[in-house]
Write a protein that binds this ligand. Sequence first.
Ligand code: ZN
Length: 174
Amino acid sequence: MAKLRILEFPDPRLRKKAAAVEVVDDAMRQLIDDMFETMYDAPGIGLAATQVDVHQRLLVADVSVDKDNPWVLINPVILEQDGVEVSEEGCLSVPGYYEEVQRAEHIRVRYLDRHGKEVESEFEGLLAVCVQHEMDHLDGKLFVDYLSEAKRQRIRKRLEKDRRQKQSEPAVVL
Ligand code: ZN
């Protein structure tokens, strides 16, 4: 398994729209395993392939406390949604920022599992929010897009500044 690099806002690659997965083969399952390793290590509760610069419609999630309930959704499509849930969201691609976002409370989704089998599942609460957040990534959308332009620009500037500071720190001090 290998840990993958997570792209960070405002990287333009996060804006790419992912293409449908054509075949679920061993290479795809390797990518899935690497995405889980990356997500658990971060740590996060969801990760879309877009975030690791793979532009295919695939996401992983695990909102359980013991990290023992992994979900893999390939080519997910929301069939039904209802209710309203407002929760504070964060994102591994927007580190350090948490803002309230409104989502559907309950969704029914059709997708392929890690064996390429078509299945339908119902999600609610945190897992529903997580799946909607990750599905946005596959369309090049980020949770900061739900905020005001001014707020989004503030976050972008802060993240760019943080990164510049990190880069300018000398690796070895003599
Ligand atoms: Zn995210």
